[in-house]
Design a protein around this ligand. Structure first.
Ligand code: ZN
Length: 105
């Protein structure tokens, strides 16, 4: 049974990151295996899309404000995002020393 290319090999093949002998072995496998050749096309398209996204300043058709006017997850402008009174982990944890309890009688 033929062992298929794993995801890392597909990615490295797409970005030409394989060593020469690994690249030749992967190319030979891709020429013999329809499933891996089909997968490699998808990896290549995904890599091209990611490169295109990385090269543009932003994603087109996405506004600066991601919230709809009635979105319940819109941050409340009256509550500061970094409010110390609501940040429980910002308060130092101090455990007071307790004197040993002595019964006076
Ligand atoms: Zn294969």
């Amino acid at each position: 049974m033929m062992e298929h290319l794993d995801e890392l090999t597909h990615w490295l093949y797409a970005v030409k990151g394989l060593a020469e002998d690994q690249f030749a072995a992967a190319a030979a496998h891709l020429s013999d295996c329809f499933d891996c050749a089909d997968s490699q096309l998808h990896f290549g398209r995904l890599d091209a899309g990611l490169r295109e996204l990385a090269l543009v300043a932003g994603i087109p058709n996405v506004s600066e404000d991601p919230f709809e006017p009635l979105d319940p997850f819109v941050p409340d402008p009256l509550v500061p995002l970094a409010c110390p009174s609501v940040a429980p982990f910002a308060v130092p944890l101090v455990v007071p020393l307790v004197e040993p309890f002595v019964v006076p009688w």
